[in-house]
Ligand binder design. Structure first.
Ligand SMILES: Cc1ncc(COP(=O)(O)O)c(C=O)c1O
Length: 360
């Protein structure tokens, strides 16, 4: 089989052992004589997969009992609508921090529902850093932020601390499960699975029970968080195969040593790449401000567009996949989610060094 180094931004690399386990079980899941995809979502066998995924997520992320874990669909993009539909009322104001394209999209959906306020933004800096100086509106419904900006390669190190009555909502699509997070400081976390959690199809939501009580009763059933909480995310047919894959990824994370190990490894991988960029004497330029750099998406440019194209072309020939920057910003981006190995990052650094020597 062709050797590839997968740096895709999402859907992204999955741990090899997880794929192998899924392959082993594919035709005959736990002696049922069926694939997990063929099981009824009301069967005992599927139920155990569902519960395992939820319990492991709670265990690994240390989710307190005051929170619910929900499995939804529609990706993070549907959460952009679900959040204001549940929590933005005629008498309050949704607060958004703009740190990149995904937060802009989240705001755009909220503006269709009610009054919104931009509490902070780094748009004027080309989204090269995490915004500071948050100014909340009066009567805020919540404050929404994007914890890792997949396109611009910036990431919140620490989350803002808010007054007790203001829920913090975080889109953690591209850095959930990559590091320890203070769940108690965040009222709602959501993430599409296709970066660190598994294949696309399931969207994980971690919501405080306190916020859950505030869901607007007129929210359509399938967008109302209470529907999922009250029915163990089994009100309708959930994406069973994606949840099964999620359970395998979570088992893998646990076997690796949990978030302490994962976080340390992610640091090493990111440092390796940022070092290569910083030591390149300007041949490679990191596009994010140093103190805002993401440990998940390393974004950089080369001196000219022609060199960037040549770099991407030669990288592809050597088996490096997914290094082109997002179509909105161009340049290069190495997405180094949990399943991307240190070896892949070392191979990329070696390629970058060689490319620089041959093209300076
Ligand atoms: C931070 C962030 N938010 C939202 C999205 C949109 O996710 P989805 O495609 O699951 O709707 C993405 C996708 O890459 C993302 O990186």
């Amino acid at each position: 089989m062709k050797k590839v180094y997968n740096f895709n931004a999402g859907p992204a690399a999955l741990p090899k052992t997880v794929l192998e386990k899924a392959q082993q079980e594919f035709l005959n899941f736990q002696n049922t004589g069926m694939s997990v995809m063929e099981l009824s979502h009301r069967s005992e066998e599927y139920e155990s997969v569902h519960v395992k995924a939820s319990n492991l997520l709670k265990e690994i992320l240390e989710v307190p009992d005051t929170y619910e874990v929900l499995f939804m669909q529609g990706g993070a993009s549907l959460q952009f609508s679900a959040i204001p539909m549940n929590f933005l009322h005629s008498n309050n104001i949704a607060n958004y921090i703009l740190s990149g394209s995904w937060s802009e999209k989240a705001l755009k959906e909220a503006e269709k529902i009610g009054n919104c306020h931009i509490a902070s933004s780094s748009k004027d800096k080309g989204y090269s850093s995490i915004p500071s100086a948050i100014q909340l509106s009066k009567n805020p419904a919540y404050l929404h932020l994007t914890s890792n900006n997949t396109i611009f390669g910036t990431q919140w190190r620490e989350f803002p601390v808010l007054p007790a009555n203001v829920p913090l909502i975080a889109d953690m699509s591209s850095d959930i499960l990559s590091r320890k997070i203070p769940i108690e400081d965040i009222s709602l976390i959501y993430a599409g699975a296709q970066k660190n959690l598994g294949p696309s199809g399931v969207t994980v939501v971690i919501i405080s029970k306190q916020l859950l009580e505030q869901c607007h009763k007129n929210t359509p059933t399938m967008l109302n968080y209470q529907t999922y909480a009250e029915n163990n995310s089994l009100y309708n047919t959930p994406p069973t195969f994606s949840i099964y894959m999620l359970s395998l990824v979570l088992e893998w994370v646990k076997e690796q040593g949990g978030l302490t190990y994962i976080e340390e490894k992610n640091h090493q991988k990111a440092q390796l790449l940022y070092h290569a960029i910083d030591l390149s004497e300007g041949f490679y330029t990191g596009t994010a401000k140093k103190d805002s750099r993401s440990f998940m998406n390393v974004t950089f440019t080369l001196p000219t567009k022609e060199l960037t194209q040549l770099f991407l072309h030669q990288a592809k020939e050597k088996g490096f996949v997914g290094l082109a920057g997002h179509r909105l910003v161009g340049g290069c981006r190495a997405s180094i989610y949990n399943a991307v190995t240190l070896e892949s990052c070392k191979a990329l650094v070696e390629f970058m060094d060689n490319f620089q020597s041959n093209n300076r």
